[in-house]
Design a protein around this ligand. Structure first.
Ligand SMILES: Cc1cc2nc3c(=O)[nH]c(=O)nc-3n(C[C@H](O)[C@H](O)[C@H](O)COP(=O)(O)OP(=O)(O)OC[C@H]3O[C@@H](n4cnc5c(N)ncnc54)[C@H](O)[C@@H]3O)c2cc1C
Length: 469
């Protein structure tokens, strides 16, 4: 019998299989489709290729400002999709995780079809594979949430971008979380007339309020229609030119139409085909796999990791989750998941990113000091002609430690990662403020914010390089 069977070969499953094998377990990895999971094949990797293309397009628009004359760029969408496929293949071929998994002797069953529990220690796949094991780690990720609304089958998801033959003339994006905002921003840059609809009071509801407001303003400025608090969808219907969404707010009916309607209203656990009941694995109230702090499910020999547990739903969580679940599966429940510093961001235009609590959340639990520094006051942003945005730093007044950082603007994700490292290192704000960064760089905005807070708190800041930043 195999010691550990890992189901799903996304980031969580791949790391889980490697860790189990490293600890000496005989491990097998079974996945319905390609190695790399949604992350490599349908999520961050290919979507980032589209986002990079959007960035290249907006950079070409700056050329005139810097004395370079070119004709207008023209996007060949078919060629772009071919490039996305090349990148996906390249990432998979060069993945060090694939090399590791093979060198550790893990048996990989890919393209095996959905695995399904037959009993608590056996899974079978549609391709006829049958695996019995002492322990299992469920890493099956998630799927786009569907809405029980008439005509929903007429709508698309981000995955349909891969089968379009050209850039649609118009698009209605429903749901303005990370995925919806990214799809809207990318296709807006490609020349599609985009309308972004959010049922909640604001777009990017998990971001800091000021960041979300700045993103909405920037999206509108770039020609996108952004409708927050738009009401409730009643139906979708086919029209000669595409799809119409009918909705109502406060008793008033309205509609919006586009060539394509993309729905991005959340992510559900991909458990439908697993027959978890046969193994005694329970779901929580949100219908994700219920786990304890050791990522152990209600069946104590079965663990779960990554998106299927419905926590942060990012690669940066899936990877350590896989490590924790496999450690506990092989060695017994010894390693809790614990709290992690989790920077996250999105490659929209403008970019935004966060680490730690929003200002509103931090204020409700701590006595805080904040500083906001605008990009237009830093040298690099002016040089690059990218002056939109700001960096907000949130500090605990008592300990002077960094609680959170929220950025919107050029290279926001990279800037927030510097803050995340400072948080993980337990740095005080005056220590961060004293770091002389290379000049002129985007991260200077973070150091400027740190200096501002350090000054508000009357902490000495020895190094004054920030004055030139
Ligand atoms: C558009 C988009 C953009 C994103 N961008 C980012 C980003 O920039 N940064 C970031 O950190 N995260 C991003 N994410 C989220 C990220 O992709 C996920 O958090 C991550 O892929 C989760 O990894 P996982 O291992 O849990 O599952 P997945 O990567 O989803 O892998 C699960 C695998 O299990 C397989 N599977 C499912 N059911 C079965 C079954 N019954 N039997 C066998 N195999 C099965 C699936 O086919 C899949 O291959 C993005 C997501 C989307 C949709």
């Amino acid at each position: 019998m195999i010691d550990v069977v890992v189901i799903g070969a996304g980031p969580a499953g791949v790391v889980a299989a490697i860790r189990a094998a490293e600890l000496g377990a005989r491990a097998a990895l079974v996945t319905s489709r390609e190695f790399g999971g949604m992350a490599d094949n349908d999520g961050p990797v290919p979507v980032r290729v589209l986002a990079h293309t959007a960035r290249l397009l907006r950079e070409t628009r700056q050329l005139g400002e810097y004395g370079v004359t070119v004709t207008q760029p023209v996007l060949d969408y078919g060629r772009l999709l071919a490039r996305a496929r090349e990148v996906v293949a390249d990432v998979c071929a060069h993945s060090s995780l694939r090399q590791q998994i093979d060198s550790l002797g893990v048996t990989v069953h890919q393209q095996a079809g959905q695995a399904r529990f037959v009993d608590a220690h056996t899974v079978e796949t549609k391709s006829g594979l049958r695996l019995q094991a002492e322990k299992f780690i469920v890493c099956t990720g998630g799927v786009s949430r569907r809405l029980p609304i008439p005509g929903f089958e007429l709508t698309s998801t981000h995955s349909d971008a891969w089968s379009l033959t050209s850039v649609p003339p118009s698009m209605l994006v429903v749901g303005a979380g990370a995925t919806g905002a990214q799809v809207a921003s990318i296709f807006n840059a490609f020349g599609t007339q985009v309308q972004l609809f959010e049922a909640g009071p604001r777009i990017l509801s998990t971001e800091d309020e000021d960041v979300a407001a700045a993103a909405a303003a920037a999206f509108r400025e770039s020609g996108m229609v952004v409708r927050e608090n738009f009401g409730t969808i009643e139906s979708f219907e086919k029209t000669p030119a595409g799809v119409r969404m009918n909705f109502a707010k406060d008793g008033r009916r309205d509609s919006a139409e586009a060539a394509l309607v993309v729905v991005a209203v959340g992510w559900a656990a991909d458990t439908a085909g697993l027959n978890l009941a046969a193994a005694g694995v329970e779901l929580n109230a949100r219908k994700f796999v219920k786990v304890d702090e050791y990522l152990r499910t209600s069946a104590t020999h079965i663990f779960a990791a990554g998106d299927v547990t419905g926590r942060l739903m990012l690669v940066s969580q899936a990877l350590p989750d896989g490590f924790v679940a496999a450690t506990n599966a092989v060695q017994g429940p010894t390693l809790p998941v614990g709290e992690r510093v989790s920077p996250a961001g999105s490659f929209t235009d403008p970019e935004y990113a966060q680490v730690g609590p929003t200002e509103a959340k931090a204020r409700s639990t701590h006595d805080i000091v904040t500083a906001v520094v605008n990009f237009d006051s830093t040298t690099r942003a002016v040089i690059d002609g990218r002056t939109l945005g700001f960096c907000k730093l949130i500090i605990d007044r008592k300990t002077c430690k960094i609680l959170g950082c929220h950025v919107i603007g050029e290279r926001a994700v990279d800037i927030v990662e510097v803050a995340a490292i400072a948080i993980a290192a337990g740095m005080r704000v005056d220590e961060l403020a004293s770091i002389p960064l290379a000049y002129p760089t985007h991260a200077a905005v973070l150091i400027r914010a740190a200096v501002s807070v350090a000054q508000q708190l009357d902490l000495g800041v020895g190094w004054r390089a920030h004055e030139a930043a």
